[in-house]
Design a protein around this ligand. Sequence first.
Ligand code: PMP
Length: 369
Amino acid sequence: MTKPYNFYSGPAVLPDEVLEKAAQAIKDFAGTRLSILEISHRSKEFVEVMQEARLLVKQILRLDHHKEVLFLQGGASQQFFMVPMNLLRKGEVAAYFDTGQWSSRAIAEAKKIGSVEVLASSASSQYNHIPKVWMDNPQLFQKTYSYIHITSNNTVFGTQWSKPLLENLFEMANCPIVADMSSDLFSRELDFNRFGLIYAGAQKNFGPAGVTLVIVDKRILKESEKQLPTLLNYQKLIEAESMYNTPAVFAVFICWLTLQWIKRRGLENLEQESIRKAQLLYEAIDDSTLFKGTVSKEDRSRMNVCFKTKNPDMDKLFLEYCENNNLVGLAGYRTVGGFRASIYNAMPVEGVQKLIQCIKEFESKNGIN
Ligand code: PMP
């Protein structure tokens, strides 16, 4: 049986060549005759991996010299509280956009640390769009916030901040923008230097679970945070070059391999491919009389395509049909239901075409057309 097409939302599909190299390194890492699982993180071979991985991030995203790159643990969820711990002082306020599950969690955690305002929310419409009321309300931005937090792609609801929308935010905001890019970093070109801080769990577009990438502009770090525990202090982690304690050696190694693959493919090409894959899939859903997209067209994610049948009883049958056709991971998030096709960088166009074929076949077999 051939390997299934993997539509899971994260951990998610990785390039085959990365998996092959990883398998090899489990036996013999970099000619050391030691496994990557047993070598010291202070060995010269691994220190090189860590340094090169950080450099690759800078090169691929064209980061300027103000940016520092960290590989940390604790998941993107740890950043929900590390960001305010480091950037939100007493007496200051941080502003958040609430675009669903992950932003809501980021807000809840930040509230435990300091003062938070929600600039806009799409909660009342089941997070089916990115709220835009703020665009007609420049006075919202008159107050000085320590930062504004967004979730660039909502993995659960399948919404994404488009480039024009981000441009608008950059124009209107007068403070650093912090972005949770867990599910769309390395899938499109953006001016990454305009962000104050970016964080992303690796397990969607560029690695396995266990490591979180943080890109921080040194200029936004605050002197007053000296009392923070060292492992939660960006400044200290920067000084230690992400090696204050034992890093997630194997996970960083896989990121390093994947980043090489991303660099070779080119971010621009990956973005074009991602546009094509998403277009094909959304077109098939829009053409269908059985399936229906769940998100406003202008905010549709290119990474997580969410849809459902008009008849919820059909959902289970369709999932079974997909599994029988070697397509896995298509169930929607547990609190949302329906379907979610995660089509990250390593998902080949053929996987998307196969899904489209299943959508069409299922529809005609069920006598809808
Ligand atoms: N933010 C987003 C956008 C996510 O998709 C996820 C996980 N799916 C998280 C944060 C939480 O990440 P982690 O599980 O690495 O803490």
